[in-house]
Design a binder for this molecule. Structure first.
Ligand code: ATP
Ligand code: MG
Length: 399
């Protein structure tokens, strides 16, 4: 069942159309499927949810748990190469698939990104070369490590080592007593305590790296989070001081190189009030902050994921429009009284440069990512003006 690389789109392999597989059927998987199908591949999605956003648009859909050995066999039989759309896919499942098919990213890189302790240790290893360090931190897995936490880390943020996302699994703590209580409340699972830093802003960089080590990045994204969830991404010239942007791009390539990474990787950064760049975390997949690339760049993060997986050339993306992305959370599907509503799409789509992406989720819930809206324009001022108009129409707070 070996696959010849590059896996060329539109070809027949062992009598079947070239097919790309993805573990996970959420919105990231859906946009991967769209990119793969546009190039001429067939796609296969594995997800436990019968109504998954990606499963509903893929030619092949395997409804199963990510650990189901029989389902993984079926995926390997159907797809000629396999990627993942979320970092909590069991690393063992990726490893078992990679015995049969090209898999990117590799299980060991995903395993590092799954664990905040291992992730921070990797960043710390890269820091001498990249010049960008993580926040001061300590790993807490035992009573002894809890007692040994340096006072300088407080006030800090306690984060579970695994399975945190969108600010979940985090607690701000100011004193050793609060730290002990918070760790208790988290069930004494392995955690990382990070010093609370004075942030000026947040940004992220998406890199795609091929099997040959070639790496290309998207422009640096400037991100605004609300309640721990990405709310707005702004990408245009001078969205960040240029020296910082270059430093973040170089550090991201270094982090990918040092992992021997293949595929699309997103690294999130803080810019402190004194201008220092600090590396926060990474996602071994396309990222919410990169969605603008579908409409504002000639190659999107999902196109890059497809190319890296299939062993096709990676070309440096060129951003052709200034862009602002607004996340569309389920909250927008309720009016001020809490009654269900449909957001005013016709008004939004009347705006120039409005690109609406809905993920096909049937049930709107508060905080649930239902879609995103990218506003493109020739320059930053026009993009901001139209994005603020869209935000006002939708009831999203101005930024
Ligand atoms: P994601 O959904 O991006 O995976 P997450 O839940 O894994 O998020 P982080 O990105 O670590 O969590 O933190 C969420 C947000 O909390 C950050 O975007 C930032 O606004 C704030 N934050 C996290 N760590 C720190 C810190 N050390 N100092 C100050 N603010 C922080
Ligand atoms: Mg984050």
């Amino acid at each position: 069942m070996s696959t010849p690389l590059p896996l060329l789109p539109g070809t027949l392999i062992d009598g079947r159309p070239a097919t790309l597989g993805v573990l996970g059927g959420g919105q990231l998987g859906r946009m991967f499927v769209h990119a793969a199908q546009a190039l001429g591949y067939e796609t296969a999605v594995l997800d436990p949810d019968a109504a998954s956003p990606a499963g509903r648009v893929s030619q092949h859909f395997i409804r199963a748990d990510y650990r189901d050995g029989d389902a993984l066999d079926r995926l390997a039989a159907c797809a000629h190469a396999v990627t993942t759309e979320f970092e909590n896919v069991p690393a063992d499942s990726l490893a078992s698939l990679s015995a049969r098919r090209p898999v990117s990213p590799a299980a060991d890189a995903v395993a590092i990104a799954q664990d905040r302790g291992a992730e921070k240790a990797h960043f710390a290893r890269c820091a001498p070369a990249s010049g960008v360090a993580p926040a001061p931190y300590a790993v807490i897995t035992s009573e002894a490590e809890l007692a040994a936490v340096p006072a300088a880390l407080l006030p800090g943020i306690l984060k579970t080592a695994r399975l945190g996302y969108d600010g979940k699994g985090q607690a701000r703590v100011a004193t050793p007593a609060e730290l002990a209580t918070a760790w208790q409340a988290m069930g004494r699972v392995p955690c990382v305590l990070e010093q609370l830093l004075p942030l000026a802003l947040e940004c992220s960089v998406i890199v795609a790296r091929g099997r040959d080590g070639q790496a290309v990045t998207l422009p640096v994204q400037r991100n605004l989070h609300r309640d721990g969830i990405l709310a707005v991404t702004e990408v245009y010239e001078q969205n960040l001081p240029p020296a910082l942007a270059s430093q973040a791009q170089a550090a991201t390539i270094d982090i990918a190189n040092q992992l021997g990474y293949v595929g699309v990787l997103c690294v999130e950064y803080f810019v402190l009030q004194d201008g220092t760049l600090v590396v926060n975390e990474m996602a071994p997949r396309p990222h919410n902050s990169g969605h603008y690339s579908i409409d504002a760049c000639d190659v999107s993060q999902f196109d890059l994921q497809v190319r890296a997986l299939a062993g096709l050339p990676l070309v440096a993306p060129r951003q052709h429009s200034a862009a602002i992305m607004l996340n569309l959370l389920g909250d927008l599907w309720f009016d001020g009284q809490g009654a269900p509503r449909t957001p005013p799409w016709a008004d939004v789509l009347a705006l120039p440069g409005a690109h609406l992406h809905l993920y096909g989720k049937t049930e709107a819930r508060r905080g649930r990512k239902m879609g995103h809206l990218t506003l493109t324009a020739p320059g930053a001022d026009a993009a901001r003006a139209v994005a603020l108009r869209a935000a006002a129409l939708l009831g999203i707070e101005a930024f």
